[in-house]
Design a protein around this ligand. Sequence first.
Ligand SMILES: NC(=O)c1ccc[n+]([C@@H]2O[C@H](COP(=O)([O-])OP(=O)(O)OC[C@H]3O[C@@H](n4cnc5c(N)ncnc54)[C@H](OP(=O)(O)O)[C@@H]3O)[C@@H](O)[C@H]2O)c1
Length: 258
Amino acid sequence: MKMSGNTVLITGGASGIGLSLAIEFRELGNTVLIAGRSKEKLMKAEALGFKTYSVDMTDATSIVTLAKTAIGDFPALNGVIQNAGIMKSENLLTGGNSAIQDETIATNLLGPMRLTEALLPHFLKQKSAAVFTVTSGLAFVPLNLNPTYCATKAGLHSYTESLRYQLRNTAVAVIEIAPPYVQTELTGSHQSVDPHAMPLKEYVAETMGILKSGEPLKEVLVKRVLPLRFAGDGGREKYEAFFLQFNDAMTANRAGKV
Ligand SMILES: NC(=O)c1ccc[n+]([C@@H]2O[C@H](COP(=O)([O-])OP(=O)(O)OC[C@H]3O[C@@H](n4cnc5c(N)ncnc54)[C@H](OP(=O)(O)O)[C@@H]3O)[C@@H](O)[C@H]2O)c1
């Protein structure tokens, strides 16, 4: 996909990584449409000059309405960045997680699948189009503290690969963006100032550099995410050691022990 002259819809585009990508894509000469849930955030995006749409990614009807309305308003629509997501903690020992599990699967996994389904007939009629999915380094090494989140991201990675294969003879590109831990408010305001997280500006600059490289891309991976993305490459034993070390460190950190 060329990097200018497109019309791109970004879900969850009124904050964090989505909003930063929206600004960058617009600067490159693309028309950018932002879809999101919170009215307050959407109003802020409108104040920045973006056309916005209200959507609840957990609701199949709302997603179909979004796709129809955006295509009606912008018949040149040829890109979507499936970025909306939630990340919540679950204690599987105490139970009581089913509401979180339903919401997480609906938002992070079913939502992008449903929106792809709704947009694809239109994308297939375009000269070129692209579906971007936003997964996570945690799609490749799960963090036990957020089990359903990691399962949805692994699921979205898997779905993305199948989608890319099925679309291999069309003009629709399928690109997975897998961020590392980044300073946004995904898990709360503390994350946006966590020194262990990658600064949002740096993350988006490196991501845009990769996207603008002109290389045919399957995955957009900044350097910081490579250890997670390729943790499985050294074989079973190395993966298990990495998984344990990562989860022990993160669990101790969450418990305030280090
Ligand atoms: N930051 C990280 O460390 C990190 C790492 C790996 C992957 N990611 C992924 O990057 C994506 C963007 O996250 P972020 O870090 O930029 O956090 P963020 O600022 O919280 O962005 C998430 C966006 O999704 C929207 N959203 C959530 N549920 C929705 C729903 N039901 N319907 C419509 N919109 C909904 C939120 O809008 P509302 O608040 O209005 O609901 C918000 O604008 C997510 O998919 C996340 O999993 C982030």
